[in-house]
Design a protein. Structure first.
Length: 258
């Protein structure tokens, strides 16, 4: 398969000052071989370190290939994904984390699958996470399979490729890490064609994860809320509208003179 016509790559980042520049360098080397035209959308979710400064330098070097959208305050992983999707220019849209625990090169194996599917979802063939976190993920994936009738192995794997028509139909409501599940559950609800492909998972080389044990209770609450939103929309319409009424409060950083 030759290069696709256009590809948007969304990279949400929170306190990833040491990871963002190497990741973008990798992407700038890889993407010309995969797409005739492409863009890299960096979404800085109110980082407290120098992520925004490093990303701004990348924009000065590579704009318009590299764009930076900055949340004025930390809004959450789901909000960062939503901001990136809303500003994506092309019909194929991919996202992954900025922590470099995935190999961007494996995107080359996803693009042939998207020609026959609407969504291509990665699953980690081996997880470089703690035993406790891996066990929690195992239980979580099985709970999601039952409640949302999603038959995928690793619903919260942050390595996903979409056709634009999926994201035009699927509205992101949550602002936290549940967005991975929300996207798959709603794509399944609307009967989009979903494929899976294994991806390698690597240890973090720099930075620290923001996922904590305290997120478990919040995630369980989010599962219940999202189940009502998808399967009992009449009862959750008012709450969903309140979620979507909140402003994103972001700015796009442009090179000097633009």
């Amino acid at each position: 398969m030759g290069p696709v016509q256009g590809l948007s790559v969304v990279l949400p980042a929170y306190n990833e000052q040491e990871n963002i520049a190497p990741l973008v360098r990798t992407a700038m080397d890889l993407l010309p071989r995969l797409a005739q035209d492409f863009e890299i959308l960096l979404v800085d979710d109110g980082s407290r370190d120098d992520t925004a400064a490093v990303a701004t330098d990348l924009v000065h070097q590579h704009h318009p290939r590299v764009r930076l959208l900055r949340h004025t305050e930390n809004r959450g992983y789901g909000a960062a994904i939503r901001t990136g999707f809303e500003h994506a220019s092309f019909d194929l849209i991919f996202y992954t984390d900025s922590d470099r625990q995935f190999d961007l090169g494996e995107l080359a194996y996803f693009l042939p699958l998207i020609s026959q599917h609407d969504v291509v979802i990665g699953f980690r063939v081996y997880r470089y996470d703690s035993v406790m976190r891996s066990m929690v993920s195992w239980v979580y994936n099985r709970l999601v399979r039952v409640l949302f009738r999603v038959r995928v192995r690793d619903v919260d794997c942050a390595f996903k490729l979409f056709r634009r028509e999926v994201l035009d139909k699927v509205t992101i409501e949550c602002e936290n890490f549940f967005v991975d599940t929300e996207l798959v559950a709603k794509a399944r609800k609307w009967n989009f064609r979903i494929a899976e492909k294994g991806v390698r998972h690597y240890p973090r080389l720099a930075g620290e994860t923001t996922v904590q044990a305290s997120d478990v209770q919040r995630t369980l609450w989010e599962i219940g809320r999202m189940w009502r939103s998808i399967y009992l929309p009449g009862q959750s319409r008012q709450a969903a509208a309140a979620e979507l009424d909140r402003s994103e409060e972001y700015v796009e950083v442009l090179p000097a003179g633009r």
